[in-house]
Design a protein around this ligand. Structure first.
Ligand SMILES: NC(=O)c1ccc[n+]([C@@H]2O[C@H](COP(=O)([O-])OP(=O)(O)OC[C@H]3O[C@@H](n4cnc5c(N)ncnc54)[C@H](OP(=O)(O)O)[C@@H]3O)[C@@H](O)[C@H]2O)c1
Length: 327
């Protein structure tokens, strides 16, 4: 088969379309004939040599895909050759075929196109596991989503609104209109506005009950300041650095919680549990049309370098898909 390989770390042109060995399904795995994959910000880090795949994962980038099951390994029940699926991957999605543990498979939701389904697994599993399973966002609460225009952000806004939360989102001003349409009650231009003051202003001084953060160190202090009493801050990205100062006095006065998680390196049983939770709790919302894949554009898989340039410049809103045109 062919895949996007990274012979030497570097810029977008480090991505090379090349012949590689076909994957075989191990026990408990299936092989998917990939129809589409999607770019995640972590893929940019992997390309630069800063985010190696976890042990046992395919060497090629790609944390999710959609496609058709082409082979089923031993000990797999409930899935058959020919099933249309999408999947959470530890790597290897930028390829014509990929082997994946069956616990990370999801059916393509009714009403969603097979290509667009590649936009869902990573954001659905990340957002649901952090905002719902961990932070327990409840109806009537306020959710602050940093990077509202990202793949993660566009999904979190829709899920938060559908669960009955008031959603606030930070993004550059050009992205505000679409984010309001997705369900953000207030959008904050982080380039011109102090988000802490703005969150306080629109919540009558209360703050946000849950914050989904992708910035990390630089936002740690401000995020704690923006939390409501009993608030939960979940950090899933470090785009603003890995170190920050935590004012424990401010946190304990609010009885607040700070958590941080990474999905890719979690053990298989945890990924399978998250995938099950998404299938049970999120897929019905997708099938009802309340939460949908937000696709900025489709790029041919062999032109992954072009897709990486778009995401690196943050010129996109939602997800950039990589389509295997040979499928
Ligand atoms: N821990 C996990 O398990 C996990 C899983 C998936 C993703 N993530 C993380 O989640 C983040 C989003 O991933 P993605 O693939 O969806 O990313 P993406 O689509 O590439 O989006 C990145 C976003 O960052 C925003 N941004 C940059 N600086 C900002 C700032 N100072 N304040 C607010 N927003 C800012 C950009 O918004 P503007 O264009 O508006 O500037 C852009 O929308 C990444 O950091 C990724 O590593 C973590």
């Amino acid at each position: 088969m062919r895949a996007i390989t990274v012979p030497e770390p570097g810029g977008p042109d480090a991505l090379v379309w090349a012949e590689v060995p076909d994957p075989e399904p191990g026990p408990g795995e299936v092989v998917i004939d990939v129809r589409a994959s999607a770019v995640n910000r972590a893929d940019l880090l992997q390309r630069q040599g800063n985010y190696p795949p976890p042990p046992g994962a395919p060497a090629y980038p790609g944390l999710e895909c959609s496609g058709v099951i082409g082979a089923v390994g031993s000990e797999v029940t409930g899935w058959r050759v020919g099933d249309q699926v999408c999947a959470l991957l530890a790597g290897g999605g930028y390829a014509e075929r990929v082997a994946v543990p069956a616990g990370q498979l999801l059916p393509v939701p009714a009403g969603v196109d097979l290509v667009d389904a590649a936009a869902l697994p990573e954001v659905a599993c990340t957002v649901w596991s952090n905002v719902v399973d961990l932070a327990r966002l409840a109806e009537g609460e306020t959710l602050l989503v940093h990077g509202g225009g990202s793949g993660i952000g566009t999904f979190a806004i829709q899920l938060g609104r559908t669960l009955g939360a008031t959603v606030l989102a930070t993004a550059r001003a050009a992205k505000h209109g679409p984010l309001r349409e997705l369900g953000a009650a207030h959008t904050i231009d982080y380039t011109t506005t102090d988000f802490v003051e703005e969150v306080k202003r629109v919540t009558d001084g209360q703050g946000a009950d849950v914050i989904l953060d992708i910035i990390g160190g630089k936002y740690l202090g401000p995020n704690v300041a923006a939390l409501a009493t009993g608030g939960r801050l979940v950090v899933i990205g470090m785009q603003g650095g890995r170190k920050g100062e935590l004012d424990l006095g401010a946190l304990l006065a609010k009885r607040g919680t700070v958590a941080a998680t990474a999905l890719r390196s979690r053990p298989l049983d945890q990924k399978a549990a998250i995938t099950r939770g998404v299938r049970e709790q999120v897929w019905p919302l997708v099938e009802a049309g309340s939460v949908r894949p937000i696709v900025d554009r489709r790029v041919p898989l062999r032109e992954a370098a072009q897709a990486h340039r778009v995401v690196e410049a943050s010129d996109h809103l939602g997800k950039v898909l990589l389509v295997n045109e040979a499928a």
